[in-house]
Ligand binder design. Structure first.
Ligand code: CA
Ligand code: CA
Length: 592
């Protein structure tokens, strides 16, 4: 199959003018990346646009005709190893590039679903992914397909052959580092974060040359660690280290402070800022690290030229519940009181949604997007949480150094929202937030850092908050903080969301359904069972004049591994690993 396709491609190119061959060989440009949201015939960025709105201006598919959506092909990732498929595909020049569990990448003919090539990373036995062997997507640049692996490497492949162009080690997997997020490319630089916050790693954001894999700058995300720019073989300090090592961390705790940048980032060209979230401070036992523990559980605005931090906003200072602040910060125009504010919003694991001024990080407003929050009474005028008395798990030192007092906390540590991305629709001016309603019993225990070992100092059990549903897809109004509509789902929602100018919202469920909703009312308009749970993120693009929609399917992710009582609810869901692609039937297109 591979040989046939390559043969055809070669024959076609031999007949074509030299100029068109060179255009194809050039592949994805910086301009393609910047305009991605508006150009409907390709999807070349994670987020369907660097700002991460996951909005398509296409309206061929609408609330009227979406019920006729039909699958046109399904591609299996194959293999005995399946597990969670959290990837968002990309599409360029009729080829789909999609990653799968265990650091695999596929190129697929987007018209027929035929495989062009497959790449399997050779992973060592000792990898330490905390929360399943997932990968969330690739980046495209020039003639390269670039992604991160579970042993914390970046791999660049030739887009036509799948052959390795370069491999670069980003961090030491034996210390607990891995990469699960999709990298992004901004101003000719490949930008990546790292995973590993449960192993006492030090989070960082780094830029590499996408052509060679050479490092350009590094920005650690724990206060006290200095960042550097690499120029002409020299290492130059880049901007604030965030003050002295001891400022918001006691003693040497900053040396293994966590703040993993495990969900990657977005980019806003209007303010020329990278936005990265940071995970929990390490260890989870907060009594061992009095202070705010910057820059953990925060959003950072980073200069893409040198990695310096422009501003930070910390959602959970001195986190004690594993409320990672990694959730994507999505840029949007906030129109209110006759003004347009360059804003950005994020739905945090801690249960609050935040609207910030993306020029300076100023807090505009915050509000709960879940039914109940127990650990805080609310937010103050600066967006800092007002902690509830007795909301924090107790200090083991108060119990003669054994297990500390158990508290019930809601949301559970898997979050009001976890990794699964929101979507923003500029027509409805609403955010569509995949969320979950669950609580946990959590307690602290003594712990000390050991390389490559879990660094938690906490125990926990997650429980559903309601008998009949855990997942809630919500339409949230960033102006009022009000929920406009909701869809309740029995199992926890763990897949991403997409919205379109056709007034639609798409997502998938662990029960296996790919679903479409009316963006204004939340009315369910379409569902199709893919045969395994959905924890991936949909995309849409245009090919041959028709609107296509794709979603990766394959049950897994953190819920079955860490879900406690909730894991029992989902234990019978079957694994899988498939990309499904849909469009309207041909006769419907002809009649329109
Ligand atoms: Ca595009
Ligand atoms: Ca965490």
């Amino acid at each position: 199959m591979y040989a046939t396709r390559f043969g055809k491609q070669f024959a076609a190119s031999a007949l074509a003018l030299a100029v068109s061959w060179s255009v194809q060989a050039a592949g994805v440009t910086d301009d393609d990346l910047l305009k991605d949201q508006d150009t409907v015939d390709d999807v070349v960025t994670y987020g369907m646009g660097l700002q991460g709105q996951r909005y398509s201006p296409m309206n061929d598919l609408s609330t009227e005709n979406v019920k006729q959506l039909q699958p046109v092909w399904a591609f299996s990732f194959g293999g005995e190893k399946q597990r969670g498929q959290e990837s968002q595909p990309l599409v360029k020049d009729g080829v789909m590039y999609v990653s799968a569990s265990y650091s695999r990448v596929y190129a697929i003919d987007a018209k027929t679903g035929e495989e062009i090539w497959q790449y399997d990373a050779r992973l060592p036995d000792g990898i330490m992914p905390c929360c399943d062997v997932v990968n969330r997507g690739v980046a495209l640049y020039g003639d390269k397909v670039i992604f991160g692996t579970l042993d914390a490497k970046l791999v660049a492949l030739n887009k036509d052959t799948g052959k390795v162009v370069w491999i670069k080690k980003v961090a030491d997997y034996q210390a607990g580092y891995s990469i699960t997020a999709a990298p992004i490319i901004v101003k000719g630089k490949l930008i990546t974060g790292v995973s590993g916050g449960e192993f006492g790693i030090v989070g960082k954001v780094e830029a590499y040359d996408p052509n060679t894999g050479e490092i350009l700058w590094t920005r650690p995300t724990v206060e006290g660690h200095m960042g550097y720019v690499y120029k002409d073989g020299k290492k130059i300090e880049n901007g604030i280290s965030g003050g002295a090592p001891g400022k918001t961390w006691p003693g040497d705790m900053w040396k293994n402070g966590g703040a993993a940048t495990w969900l990657g980032g977005t980019y806003d060209p209007e303010t020329d800022s990278l936005f990265f979230g940071t995970g929990n401070p390490a260890p989870w036992n907060s009594h061992l690290r009095p202070g705010d523990n910057l820059f953990s559980s925060s959003r950072l605005a980073i200069d893409p030229d040198d990695g310096s931090i422009k501003w930070h906003f910390q959602t959970t200072p001195h986190d004690g519940w594993d409320y990672d602040g990694v959730n994507e910060l999505v840029s949007f125009d906030l129109k209110e009181n006759g003004k347009t504010i360059k804003a950005a919003a994020t739905a945090d694991r801690n249960g609050f949604m935040y609207v910030l001024n993306r020029e300076n990080g100023d807090f505009i407003r915050g509000f709960p997007f879940v039914d109940k929050i127990t650990w805080a009474k609310g937010l103050d005028e600066n967006g800092r949480p007002i902690y509830a008395e007795n909301g924090r798990p107790g200090d083991p030192a108060d119990m003669k150094g054994e297990k500390g007092k158990v508290v019930v906390a809601q949301p559970a540590f898997l979050g009001g929202k976890n990794w699964m991305p929101v979507a923003y629709n500029p027509n409805t001016e609403l955010f569509y937030v995949p969320s979950n309603e669950w609580s946990m019993d959590i307690w602290n225990e003594p712990v000390s850092y050991k390389k490559g070992a879990a660094y938690l100092g906490a125990g926990f059990t997650i429980k559903p908050a309601h008998d009949d549903y855990i997942g809630v897809l919500r339409a949230m109004d960033p102006k009022t903080g009000k929920e406009v509509w909701r869809y309740e789902n029995t199992a926890p929602l763990w897949g991403g969301v997409m919205t379109t100018a056709g007034n639609l919202v798409f997502t998938g469920t662990p029960e296996g359904y790919f679903k479409a909703f009316d963006a204004r009312t939340g009315k369910e308009l379409y569902k199709f069972n893919t045969g395994t749970g959905i924890v991936g993120t949909p995309i849409t693009w245009k090919m041959g004049g028709e609107q296509y929609v794709s979603i990766t399917t394959g049950w897994g992710g953190a819920v079955p591994l860490w879900g406690g009582e909730v894991a029992k609810v989902v234990k019978d869901f079957n694994q899988g690993g498939t990309v499904w692609t849909f469009k309207l039937p041909n006769d419907n297109v002809a009649s329109r």
